[in-house]
Design a protein around this ligand. Sequence first.
Ligand SMILES: Cc1cc2nc3c(=O)[nH]c(=O)nc-3n(C[C@H](O)[C@H](O)[C@H](O)COP(=O)(O)O)c2cc1C
Length: 356
Amino acid sequence: MAMVCLTDFENYAKEHLSKAAWDYYAGGADEGCTRDDNLLAYKRIRLRPRILRDVSVSDTRTTVQGTQINFPIGIAPSAFQCLAWHEGEVATARATESLNTCYITSTYSTCSVEEIVAAAPDGYRWFQLYVYRDRKLTEQIVHRVEALGYKALVLTVDVPYTGKRRNNLRNQFKLPPHLKIKNLDGVSQETAGMDEYGILVNTLDPSISWKDVNWLKSITRLPVIIKGVLTKEDAELAVEHGVQGIIVSNHGGRQLDGCLASIDALPEIVDTVQGRIEVYLDGGIRTGSDVLKSLALGAKCVFIGRPAVWGLAYKGEEGVKEVLQILNDEFRLSMALSGCRNVAEINRNLIQFSKL
Ligand SMILES: Cc1cc2nc3c(=O)[nH]c(=O)nc-3n(C[C@H](O)[C@H](O)[C@H](O)COP(=O)(O)O)c2cc1C
């Protein structure tokens, strides 16, 4: 059967992955309200298309942190990709390299950053970082990815503790013994042990605060992007602390259940930031019109989490490419049908605010 939209990949993954792996990828925290609202929020937004604007030629290229990418859709960091496909992150890296878009590598990758870079040496990549209790370990990882040519650090700030994901608890989810969190080879994973989410116990530091952002900036020359901002107050603090970007995100609804959908958080953050730094978004992007709506509300680029994993589960590198290509084709079509020839023409006039 031809794959025509991202839901087709979701259905395939649900059928073919083990129950524990499917539940791990699909899960949200608690009742999954925020995970579901990330998608539903897009359905509440209506577009105001313009007509007769000669859309015979269209251009989806944009820039992030000064680098040109072919379309404003990148890959969000998601852990344990070898559970979905044997080559895991290496396949994702190759797919994003060949389509020239941004791939954010998760700290919790099941391939090492060295393997990822070797597999796709020309890819444009950012590295997602947690601040560990062991600051030396954090520092080592930062210097390792700098040396490998990663172009930015994405500091995830919404996991002081891991959200309660019920199915992982029910399944007593663990990373299978043949897989390792290869980027944390300095930590003895056998002795540290993993919690029911596959996270190494006692490694993440719940005491992190803005002073750690300052510290991170002091040990790296890479741009620092904060992932997990949902309010204008924190967006302002992020700008004041000199970070170079924000990812508006609720971790795909996997952390605080009941918090707002990413797209609903975006407008106040964009209004506060006023173009001083770039604002990106992830959470619930499943169609090209979701991408269009995000850009219309001020996101410079969006990132997909679960859909990339579905692509991997379908056909590895080829599957991730298909997911990205289908989403970009849909985005290009939505742009044309709303009278936009390039991303610079996408703005808030496309949104019907009275319905929000
Ligand atoms: C299975 C899975 C693993 C994830 N692992 C990480 C991670 O290691 N680091 C991180 O910052 N975010 C992680 N996330 C959150 C994603 O980066 C992203 O915020 C979220 O998936 C976006 O929502 P979407 O799945 O609806 O596209 C993970 C998400 C999923 C679904």
